[in-house]
Design a protein around this ligand. Structure first.
Ligand code: FJH
Ligand code: FE
Length: 300
């Protein structure tokens, strides 16, 4: 007797159009996960699409307890942290920053040309929250790509697609796939059945999931948790562009106060104390100021 392998498609259970909101100093973001309508999607805390033509940015601010994934689509961003790590992200570049026990940094557009990018916040399990901070930086040329057929272009930011694996290490098991499709093209992204996930649409239109949900740009499409192991997509326009993001839920309590994300209120008080007194990972934080914070006259 031969075993039949049945694939189960994920469906779209919720679709939310991102609305523009202000954050940082003069920075407009389209907030997806993390907005009122999409509080948390364990293990994800936030996804922002940043698409501005004016200066503005995110001057000196701390993070603890999670990772930030910054993926530039267009334009240039500068970053600088309190330990002297600094650099520049251009179109197609990736920075996977595990803030863990503490990072204090600034993220500012490099010029007043349009900047377009995504920032994802991935939560860390309690065992990883107080780990050493870590950066993984990949310029555009080092991001692995797969073209399963003409008109289907996939960049594997994290995880695997069509047998191509990303070298990015994820403390919380995560996949992050950037897909561009020409009109009428189809693709299927394999997703581990226990992962929670969503699609964020950037441009064009397509039919998503087993139920062929039609969607256009700037929507967050939450994937069903029906033990499905793949998501099918068929584009209905040229230049269809979206990201598929999924990860293993952590299943722990989340207590968030702005840039500190811990498991208990007590740990949040501790984070404030450590940040103010410069200890437990925030050594050197009091009194530090970045050299890029007031690049546009935006002193925080
Ligand atoms: C003052 N200083 C409020 C402040 C808030 C922050 C924040 C930012 C990003 C981000 C999003 C998209 C991107 C590619 C390039 C970064 C974000 C991106 C999310 C919060 C709370 C800083 C200084 C402030 O950082 O890089 O696209 N999103 C959530 N807020 C801040 O970082 C007031 C005086
Ligand atoms: Fe930040």
């Amino acid at each position: 007797m031969s075993a039949t392998i049945t694939k189960i498609a994920r469906n779209i259970t919720k679709s939310v159009l991102s609305r523009e909101q202000m954050d940082g100093v003069g920075a407009k973001v389209y907030r997806s996960i993390g907005s009122y309508a999409l509080r948390n999607l364990d293990p994800f805390l936030m996804l922002d699409e940043f698409d501005v033509h004016a200066p503005g940015g995110f001057p000196d601010h701390p993070h603890r307890g999670f990772e930030t994934v910054t993926y530039m689509l267009d334009g240039e961003f500068l970053h600088e942290d309190f330990k002297g790590h600094k650099g520049h992200l251009g179109p197609g570049d990736l920075q996977w920053m595990s803030a863990a026990k503490g990072i204090l940094h600034a993220e500012i557009p490099a010029s007043n040309k349009p900047s377009h990018g995504l920032q994802l916040w991935v939560n860390l399990a309690s065992k990883d929250k107080m780990s050493e901070p870590n950066y993984q930086e990949y310029p555009k040329e080092k991001i692995v790509e797969v073209v399963p057929e003409e008109g289907v272009n996939i960049k594997v930011i994290a995880g695997e697609s069509y047998g191509t694996k990303s070298p990015v290490m994820t403390r919380t098991p995560t996949m992050f796939i950037d897909v561009r499709l020409k009109k009428g093209k189809k693709m299927e992204q394999v997703i581990p059945p226990h992962y929670a996930g969503f699609i964020y649409t950037l441009a064009g239109s397509a039919l998503f999931g087993g139920d062929k949900h039609a969607s256009e740009a700037h929507h967050t499409l939450v994937l069903s948790q029906n033990k499905g192991d793949y998501i099918p997509v068929e584009s209905t326009s040229d230049d269809c562009h979206f990201v598929v993001i999924a990860g293993q839920p952590i299943g722990e309590p989340i207590v968030q106060h702005g840039p500190f994300v811990m498991n208990t209120q007590r740990e949040i008080y501790q984070a404030f104390e450590d940040y103010q007194e410069g200890k437990n990972g925030f050594e050197g934080a009091p009194g530090w100021t970045s050299s890029i914070r007031d690049r546009w006259g935006n002193r925080a």
